[in-house]
Design a protein around this ligand. Structure first.
Ligand code: SF4
Ligand code: SF4
Ligand code: SF4
Ligand code: SF4
Length: 176
């Protein structure tokens, strides 16, 4: 079995997103050390549960642990992965699913890649956010341009693959 350092190193090199040093943990986790403790030996029911609710499944396994790949799709925040987790790594709660996802990352727009920051009109991300989720304020524009993702964002990642210039990425969330 890998030691703790090797375990997290293997995740960093496999589950990477835009930032090569950052990976997205499945939602509803409140103790990250539990991934190290349980996931390697687990049957990874969360992967199967997610593939039942998402077409391709966004929870992936590298054989040792699990991570979310927003490049495949966004998260429906359905809670199915937490319901089936046998080890309490992902926790079922009584509050609304959307409000307790506790992502380890935040969704951000990289201004140098976003065409609306170069004064070309584009609302793709906002359209997705509004039409799919009904969230009207998660992406704010100043006038017609300069979109920013604000605190209303629930971290679902639905906007990520919709962006024509791959300008939407992730950064580590503080105070997780
Ligand atoms: S909440 Fe649902 S869609 Fe999101 S990762 Fe879990 S099973 Fe997949
Ligand atoms: S079901 Fe739970 S313990 Fe098993 S791999 Fe998924 S998060 Fe880890
Ligand atoms: S979809 Fe991408 S390019 Fe268009 S406004 Fe949103 S972040 Fe910018
Ligand atoms: S990640 Fe945030 S901004 Fe993007 S679609 Fe989801 S709620 Fe909207």
């Amino acid at each position: 079995m890998l030691n703790r350092r090797e375990f997290f190193h293997s995740l960093l090199n496999y589950g990477k997103q835009k930032d090569e040093n950052l990976f997205v943990l499945p939602p509803y986790n409140f103790n990250r050390s539990l991934f190290y403790k349980f996931c390697q030996e687990c049957q990874k029911d969360c992967v199967d549960a997610c593939s039942r609710v998402c077409k391709e499944g966004i929870i992936k396994s590298n054989g040792k642990s699990v991570y979310v790949d927003f490049r495949v799709d966004g998260c429906k925040l359905c809670g199915e992965c937490a319901i089936v987790c046998p080890n309490g790594v992902l926790e079922v709660g009584e509050e609304g699913w959307e409000n307790r996802a506790n992502w380890n990352v935040a969704i951000v727009i990289e201004e140098n890649l976003c065409i609306a920051h170069q004064k070309t009109m584009c609302y793709t991300c906002k359209d997705i956010c509004q039409s799919v989720l009904g969230i009207s304020n998660a992406i704010e524009f100043i006038g017609l341009f300069y979109p920013k993702i604000n605190r209303e964002c629930i971290g679902c990642g639905m906007c990520i693959k919709s962006c024509p210039t791959n300008a939407i990425g992730i950064r580590e969330r503080e105070n997780v």
